[in-house]
Design a protein around this ligand. Sequence first.
Ligand SMILES: Cc1cc2nc3c(=O)[nH]c(=O)nc-3n(C[C@H](O)[C@H](O)[C@H](O)COP(=O)(O)O)c2cc1C
Length: 392
Amino acid sequence: MRAKLERDFDRFKRELPRDFPAHVRGSYRIDLTARYLGELVPHPIGKGSGQLSLNPGQLEDDAAAGLAFAVLKTVIAEDETGTQTMAAWAIHETKMKVERRPAGAGRAGWTVSWKGRGWDRPFAEYLALVRAGRDLTRAGRLLVVPSVKYHLPRLAEPFREGEYRYTTAQLAGVWREPPLLVEKDFSPTLAGDALADDRPQILRWLREVPARIHAASPIPVRIAVKLMNARFDDRFQSEMMNACAGADALVCWGVAYGGWELSDRNLRVLETQLTPGASPGFPGSVEKLTPHASAGIPEITGTGNICSGRMILEYARRGCESVQLHTFFQLPLSEYAATRGSRAQRALHALVFHPQDGLLAGMLELEARGALERQSGELRFLDLGAHAHRAG
Ligand SMILES: Cc1cc2nc3c(=O)[nH]c(=O)nc-3n(C[C@H](O)[C@H](O)[C@H](O)COP(=O)(O)O)c2cc1C
């Protein structure tokens, strides 16, 4: 297996087979099938919302590269008059800066800094992008999902229903066939805004927003709530996850430091969620925090500092059924071992086939250690979380 992996890594430097999950299944008896927002996808690696999903050309490249899914840049909700209560987030992006960022213990990481926040062009242009995404999704080439920042009121204030209704109805009108899949982005709000200092307010948002979106949609909708680490402690992070019971999926990520601090924290919080009682600092309600079992959240997707297949495994073993990357698709070309193809293709090559740090190498190693078993002769990506949970 090891020799085969080295050979594949070497020959795929020039070109990754479009249907690499089929190759992996045939050659290694490894089933990479994963799940994002209730949809089965051929492998777990998708693109997170941001600057890399702003136009149809980027989506086309991602489909050609074989990414499993792509989340569009976050649009700011508006009502039928064009009013956006969250307008402050629709600011123009300045240039992004990709930098190496060292973090203790000799670990090198990457971080991307940028000033912009949400989609800053007309909503009609966003709908055209959603239409392009819908066509790719229907053709089975790439699952594309829009991302929205809806109005978040102060505790005493009502939600702006008009913005929820209009924005969701427009997206549904373009998508047409149910279910509509939507990511709700909480991230910059929880990190940077004065409103985000108030914990009861945050918990109210997380509890109520999924129901608002459901009520606003003319067709059935599935919602992934993208949670950012607030500036509070891990315990509150767990409370936030618990408050999201109305969501269909959670996207977990961290504060804007990026790099290892982000993934360390994400993994720690996920671990506490998945292994009740593991942390004596988390009394009482933690017992019912197991996301799959009781909080009613069927699915978690991981994001933050994923630059290797091994890191995908870290998230998967804590219950994530897919992952969303951004930074790793932005590195200087010299950082990828592959010599041809788009960044998405080169990234997939490294993430899946790297003979030491790739997903396949990691899964084979878990098998050798007795930590992952074959089912009907196959190792299955989706077994990773269940297995870790049993072990925990
Ligand atoms: C330049 C940039 C823009 C981003 N814009 C958004 C956004 O509009 N909405 C959102 O939900 N996440 C956004 N993100 C977060 C990413 O989707 C991702 O979750 C995060 O960067 C962590 O993953 P990474 O370490 O692989 O970059 C952005 C990230 C970057 C670097």
